[in-house]
Design a protein around this ligand. Sequence first.
Ligand code: SF4
Length: 456
Amino acid sequence: MTSIQIGAQALLGGFGNLLLRRQVFIRRLQWGIVAGYAALLVVPVVLPLPASTDFIWTNLTRFAQFVFWGLWWPFVILATALVGRFWCGILCPEGALSEFASERGAGRAIPGWMKWSGWPVLSFISTTVYGQLTSIYQYPKPAALLLGGSTFAAIAVGARYGKAKRVWCRFLCPVSGVFGIVSKIAPLHFRVDPASWPAPRGRPDAVNCAPLVPIKTMQGAAACHMCGRCSGHRGAIRLAWRKPAIDIVRGSGRMATGWETAMLLPVMLGLVPAALTWSGSDWFLAIRQWLVEACLDAQLMWPLSLRLPWWLLTNYPAASDIMTIVDAVSLLALLALSAALATLAFGFPLAASAWILRNRVRPMHHLAQSLIPLASASLFTGLLSLTISQLRMDGIMLPIADDLRSALVLAAAVWSVALCHQITGLYDRRFGRRLLATCLLALPTLTFAVGWAAFS
Ligand code: SF4
């Protein structure tokens, strides 16, 4: 290690220790964020909808929309990819409130059903779909209902289960699964060195790891919220650099599960791109046209005209924005189609690559982890389109933003292919087989990126 690297590691270790020493300050910061979050969530609900002449800097509702969907959502994803889950451990208002409730709550044991690994996938799908059906990016009421409901559930779970823990964040939070996956490419983590973990003398000291990470055996950083409370613990844990994505190739990626593959393939590479682009999609229009004609042929008028309350389907007559049953079914069909296509397009090459390498299931899920850079870049740049469109509405143009987004997705695809090739080397040393397995997955990976760049 060079002296510069040693200095950088020492600096990082010092920052980790600073987080540990400044827990009181972090708690105060969290309360400040909770206050801002509550104000931006609740106040726009009682204000009139913004007019076309309102700007982000002149209208609180537009400002809140920009903060939630133009800044918070895309840039938390970016930050998680760059530095890990600091957002979760230090800044997230929901996590802070859940832990606060848990400190004073009933402290019951966590029920078995809550530990089911499928919850992060199911809750992310349901909130994404519900958000699109109710136009959460455009209107304050669905935002308050979905985000406020999630916060309420986080507090309720905290008040009932665990003692000073973040049970909600660990098992049920709708975005926890995505954050965990994206954080695997971060070059920062709390490194644990079990070999230098000294045997406890007397009563063992304890660390309150709120998201219930088994600290001594922690693999990677997917579950770690980077709160810093274990920094320096027994001289065996410190904040440290690591090679970006090394966790995917040699760390927790080796123990990847089917649920993580499900989050990557049908959800992050299928459902999410469709959910972020459906309103301008030719496929959506084609499905809708077909359904409209089918309803007219059958003389069924109610799917074309029935209005449902805003908390079920978008319903804002004053803004001429109403989602009919036909619109909703078309949207759901598009999302399901996109998820199915992504599963098939990536799933078959993955299964074939795993078969070429070893004919076992484990390499397939491990190989699927190589798609994390592509899925993360596609998610971030897709969400960034919300930022760009909101700024454009206010006359702020970002001329090269679209080119940069495309370049990022293409670069991430190349990175994914390179990671795939590295992973193949762990299962088979024969170059020909490795090349064939890599090429099989490279085909949908690069096709996805080129398609994304062409049509986004
Ligand atoms: S392992 Fe737990 S205590 Fe340590 S930094 Fe991560 S979340 Fe905090």
